[in-house]
Design a protein around this ligand. Structure first.
Ligand SMILES: [Fe+2]
Length: 273
C-alpha cells in the first residue's frame, strides 16, 4: 500500500465527517485547514453520514509490534461494523448527524432513547478507532517532546512512570475497553479507562492518547498477554500527534466531570450497577 496516498485518503476522509467530529479527529491530524477546505471524493451522504476512513499506513506498517492480520481485521471488520451500525441507527433520526458525532457522544441525552445505546456503542466505536489509527505510525519518535513532555514530567515525575501507570491501568481494566491519557476539566493530565466503546468525551475529558484493550486489538499475536501488548504499543505511538492532541485539549478545555482514574472507575461502577 502507498503510505503517502493512504495518509492523504485518511485526511480527506476526516474532511468528509460532520464538523464537530472533524474537530476532535483533526486534533489528531497534522493539517486542519487543508482538511476543512477539501471535499472528500464520493463524500458521505445523508443516509450514510459516516464512513470508514482508510488507514494512513499499510496493514503491515506497524509490524512487528502489531501484526498485519490484526490490523486488517480490526479495520475492515470491527471498525467497519461500528460505522455500519451507527449509520443504520442514525437513519431513524437523520437530523442528528448534522450535530456531529463528538457532540452526540459528549451529551448522549440529546440522542433519542430508541437509538441512544447504539450511538453510544457504535458511535463510540467509530470515534475511538478513528482517534486510535491517527495515533500510530511506523518509525515515530520514541519519546514525547514539547509541552506534553513537560506536563507528563510535572504530573507523573518521569515519562517512564507515566508509561508504567498507563500500562497498569490498561492491564487491570476488566473486560473490553480503552485506556486513555486525557486532559481533565482542571486542565491536568490524568489516566482513565472506559468500558466497551465509551469515550472520554462522555465524561467531559479530552483525549491525548488512547489504546484499545479489546482482545480483538491484540489476541492474534499476544493471546492473553495484554500487558505485553501495552508495553509494545509505545513503539508505534505517534508522539507528534499526541502533542497536537494535548495542545488542542488545552485550548478547547471544557469538561463536566472530574476524570481521574479513581473518579472514572466510580462512575463506571455506578453505570454497571
Ligand atoms: Fe478495536
Amino acid at each position: 500500500m502507498d503510505t503517502q496516498k493512504s495518509r492523504r485518503e485518511f485526511l480527506l476522509m476526516l474532511a468528509s465527517l460532520p464538523a464537530a467530529f472533524v474537530v476532535g479527529a483533526q486534533a489528531a491530524g497534522p493539517s486542519s485547514s487543508t482538511q476543512r477546505a477539501t471535499a472528500a471524493p464520493g463524500g458521505a451522504t445523508g443516509s450514510q453520514p459516516f464512513r470508514l476512513p482508510p488507514l494512513p499506513y499499510s496493514y503491515d506498517a506497524l509490524e512487528p509490534f502489531i501484526d498485519a492480520k490484526t490490523m486488517e481485521l480490526h479495520h475492515t471488520k470491527h471498525h467497519a461494523a461500528y460505522v455500519d451500525n451507527l449509520n443504520k441507527a442514525l437513519s431513524q433520526h437523520p437530523e442528528l448527524a448534522a450535530r456531529g458525532l463528538e457532540s452526540l457522544l459528549g451529551d448522549l441525552t440529546q440522542v433519542p432513547e430508541d437509538i441512544r445505546q447504539t450511538v453510544r456503542n457504535h458511535g463510540g466505536g467509530h470515534w475511538n478507532h478513528t482517534f486510535f489509527w491517527s495515533l500510530m505510525t511506523p518509525g515515530g519518535a520514541k519519546v514525547p517532546a514539547g509541552k506534553l513532555a513537560q506536563a507528563l514530567k510535572s504530573e507523573f515525575g518521569e515519562i517512564d512512570t507515566f508509561k508504567k501507570q498507563f500500562e497498569q491501568a490498561g492491564t487491570k481494566h476488566f473486560g473490553s475497553g480503552w485506556v486513555w491519557l486525557v486532559v481533565s476539566r482542571e486542565k491536568k493530565l490524568a489516566i482513565m479507562t472506559t468500558p466497551n466503546q465509551d469515550t472520554p468525551l462522555a465524561a467531559g475529558a479530552k483525549p491525548v492518547l488512547g489504546n484499545d484493550v479489546w482482545e480483538h486489538a491484540y489476541y492474534l499475536k499476544y493471546q492473553n498477554r495484554r500487558g505485553e501488548y501495552l508495553a509494545a504499543w509505545w513503539n508505534v505511538l505517534n508522539w507528534d500527534i499526541a502533542e497536537k492532541n494535548f495542545l488542542a485539549a488545552l485550548n478547547e478545555g471544557s469538561s463536566r466531570l472530574d476524570c481521574t482514574v479513581k473518579r472514572h472507575r466510580t462512575l463506571a461502577a455506578s453505570r454497571r450497577s
